[in-house]
Design a protein around this ligand. Structure first.
Ligand code: ADP
Ligand code: ZN
Ligand code: ZN
Length: 751
């Protein structure tokens, strides 16, 4: 293994420079060390062929790893360098801006730079598959072809269509032509007439399913003001706070159109469960003549590599993706849009713990382009940035088209006779809605049959053997499952401890409610939507088909139903239990509860019919709940902001966690005690800088490891950064091999 430059003072290599080739490769190698590694060029590779952004195979210990060239330097402080084994790419696959951006992110999140490059790459490229593997054939007009009028081939319909396409949109990849039904015989006909020829060129995005182009609606005044307020060029950051159904997506589409018209690429980031076929269809229908690359976890490795390369080479015009798409190089980037910016999935919770939403602002600044963060329920972080003037604050207060805001009522359930968790009046409302031919949606924030299985005779409780958590009963799959580590055991019908058969499933999840609602409203389809019924994005799309067709039906599900779906026939939304976030130990719980309730409620009445929302609660008088339901999320969030200010919590202060986990709890705790001592020796506690902990994480044990954290909050982010950079350096050298530690900058979860 080779050592980092700064540990080896200059004089080690005195007098040796002349014996070496002048070029030294400084590479980002995917290992958990916060530094670059120096290598010699592979045997036989010429210096002038070296370009930062290329990948190389390198020997690392006994392994062969795929590393990215970050810099070519003339000297290394190391006396002995090994050569890289092989160069993978002729052309760099990371451009200068994305390399700079990745370095920035590595520094900010205290992450190993090699791991960041690995996170940026799709799996196939991470493993070293050459980009050339996806090189494409492109059909291009010859000079003669370019000189023809559009109607020149009117007698051969297909050839005419092809000619028109090439004249209006320029060269086309073979994949794109096939997807349009223009097969190789049509191409051949044009080539034989001397009008076109094949050239080899960069990867094109995988073709999308064909959709009918749909024209844009006329903007309303609010939308037009928002669009006009976002400058077309130069860096700007804006928060778009717009009610559900107010036409935010339409604003994104217009800003994308503007960038595309100017020859730029548009990047749209969406939450993990928001990248549905419905979303893609909507965009494809608006931009039939542009190349769209979708980057999400549902793609096969090869498809994902293709989409990525088409974005990185500048061929794709529109890039839509979940959080890791922020690391895709986009040489023609012109605008960044973040949909549902409050969504937790923009923050990665393990490995490199970055926030794609926060990074989008950094990237926009680097590229000198506008970024727009949109949400009906903005995060307190973004709201703070908007209220303090760091972001431009844009609003859409009214629903677009004819839709009116829903009417919301609280249903107290404390001393009520409930049926499987539902108040009688709620069941009556559901029945009436269905009988009127409309749709109802029931939101239950818990999957499975029941969240706890217990023995009524001896008190046995089904616990996960690896986590401090209970097992959830999944009756359909006949097993008990841990939602934290995925441990499974077969469903039991007698108590493992006392053999009694008096087992009791406590509480209801989506499966149990599905059984009950099917019994009660069996004449109508009952559609359950949760992670267990929607293994793929396509499954969700299919499941929702009857709902989209407008038939009366009853939808029930988890937060998967809260986002993105536009179902105009839903007129009743029931929130079965609103109390989840009111008394949690996590200071962000009320914020998340508010966002979820507002988003779910926003599914009601998105068409011409007025919507109703019924919210069941045991604490209908709770001031936060009252504020949320009477004044809406905006007022609710501003109240939470006041509370955070008093408690000196984010977003009013910067916060980072130093996390440690270990099978031996003592070691994790001791590591954090010494971490605190180390940090305090550099920067003692003061009003500007506070330490808390070490304390056990909310989920104290997960997958057999005990988890603790040390919380550091600071008035200035810069100070926090500097301290943690030093700390990471120190911790890297003081490591117990069985202990895992990480810095979680701007941590979102205390679990
Ligand atoms: P949001 O993203 O804010 O939830 P959408 O952009 O999905 O809202 O818009 C909600 C509905 O209103 C969609 O059916 C959309 O087509 C429609 N819509 C948006 N803008 C307009 C407009 N200016 N005129 C008519 N309908 C519109
Ligand atoms: Zn028992
Ligand atoms: Zn577990």
């Amino acid at each position: 293994m080779q050592v980092q430059p700064e540990q080896h003072p200059e004089h080690h290599r005195s007098g040796m420079a002349s014996e070496r080739p002048r070029a030294i490769l400084r590479l980002a190698v995917p290992v958990p060390l916060r530094r670059l590694f120096d290598y010699l060029p592979p045997a036989g590779m010429r210096e002038q062929d070296l370009r930062p952004g290329q990948r190389f195979h390198v020997p690392f210990g006994k392994r062969d790893l795929v590393a990215v060239l970050v810099d070519v330097v003339a000297e290394s402080p190391l006396a002995e360098l090994k050569p890289a084994s092989q160069c993978i790419d002729h052309q760099p696959i990371f451009d200068a801006r994305s390399r700079h951006f990745l370095q920035w992110a590595a520094d900010y999140y205290q992450a190993p730079i090699g791991e960041l490059y690995a996170a940026a790459l799709p799996v196939a490229l991470r493993k070293g598959k050459p980009a050339d593997h996806w090189a494409e054939q492109w059909l291009e007009l010859t000079t003669e072809g370019k000189g023809l009028p559009e109607t020149a081939l009117a007698r051969a319909k297909k050839q005419q269509e092809l000619l028109q396409l090439l004249l209006s949109s320029g060269r086309q990849s073979r994949t794109a032509l096939n997807a349009r039904g223009l097969n190789s015989s049509v191409c051949k006909a044009l080539i034989e007439r001397g009008l076109a020829h094949w050239v080899s060129g960069p990867t094109a995005p995988p073709p999308m399913e064909a959709v009918e182009p749909r024209p844009a609606p006329t903007l309303n005044d609010e939308q037009r003001q928002v669009i006009d307020a976002v400058p077309a060029t130069g860096f700007s950051a804006s928060l778009l706070e717009g009610t559900t159904g107010s036409g935010k997506t339409e604003v994104y589409l217009r800003l994308m159109a503007r960038a595309l018209r100017d020859g730029h690429q548009a990047l749209l980031l969406v939450p993990e469960i928001g990248l549905t076929p419905q979303t893609l269809r909507r965009i494809a229908a608006r931009f039939p003549d542009f190349r769209i690359a979708a980057l999400h976890s549902g793609l096969a490795d090869g498809e994902r590599a293709r989409a990525w390369l088409s974005a990185a080479s500048g061929v794709a015009d529109i890039v839509i993706g979940t959080r890791s798409a922020i690391f895709t190089p986009l040489p023609r980037l012109g605008v960044i849009l973040i949909d549902e910016e409050h969504d937790g999935s923009f923050k990665q919770q393990d490995g490199v713990r970055y926030s794609a939403r926060d990074l989008s602002v950094v990237l926009a600044k680097n590229a000198g382009v506008p970024v727009l963060l949109g949400s009906a329920t903005p995060s307190l972080e973004s709201l703070h940035n908007a209220l303090s003037g760091r972001y431009q604050h844009l609003r859409l207060r009214h629903r677009a088209g004819n839709a009116r805001p829903p009417e919301i009522s609280l249903v107290p359930i404390l001393h009520q006779q409930l049926q499987e968790g539902f108040a009688p009046q709620v069941l009556r409302h559901i029945g009436e809605t269905l009988n009127r031919g409309e749709q109802a949606l029931v939101f239950i924030n818990r999957r499975g049959y029941s969240p706890a299985l217990t023995c009524d005779d001896c008190g046995w409780l089904a616990d996960c053997p690896h986590c401090s958590a209970k097992l959830t009963l999944h009756r359909r799959q006949r097993h008990l499952r841990c939602h934290h580590c995925d441990y499974r055991m077969p469903e039991v019908h007698s108590c493992p401890q006392c053999h009694s058969r008096n087992l009791n499933a406590l509480g209801a999840g989506t499966e149990r409610s599905e059984d009950f609602l099917t019994q009660s409203f069996g004449n109508f389809p009952v559609i359950r939507v949760d992670r267990d019924t929607t293994a793929s994005k396509q499954a969700l799309d299919k499941l929702l088909e009857p709902a989209r067709n407008g038939e009366p039906c009853l939808l029930l599900g988890t937060q998967m139903l809260a986002k993105g779906h536009h179902l105009p026939k839903v007129t009743l939304v029931v929130i079965q239990d609103a109390d989840g976030g009111l008394f949690s130990a996590d200071f962000r719980a009320p914020e998340r509860m508010g966002q979820l309730l507002e988003q779910v409620a926003g599914r009601a009445g998105r068409g011409d019919l007025r919507g109703h929302v019924l919210v069941q609660s045991r604490y209908p008088e709770h001031p936060l709940l009252q504020l949320l339901l009477n004044k809406g999320y905006g007022a609710f969030a501003r109240q939470l902001m006041e509370e955070r200010k008093i408690a000196q919590l984010p977003p009013l202060r910067a916060m980072a966690l130093v996390r440690a986990e270990c099978e031996e709890p003592r070691w994790a705790e001791e590591f954090l005690v010494s971490a605190r001592e180390y940090l305090q020796a550099m920067a003692p506690p003061s009003p500007e800088l506070q330490y808390l902990g070490p304390v056990p994480a909310l989920l104290e044990r997960k997958s057999g490891r005990f988890r603790f954290y040390l919380q550091v909050t600071a008035e200035k982010r810069g100070l926090l950064q500097k301290l943690l950079a030093q700390f990471s350096h120190w911790a890297e050298g003081n490591r117990n091999r069985r202990l895992r530690w990480a810095v979680d900058m701007d941590a979102q979860e205390l679990s």
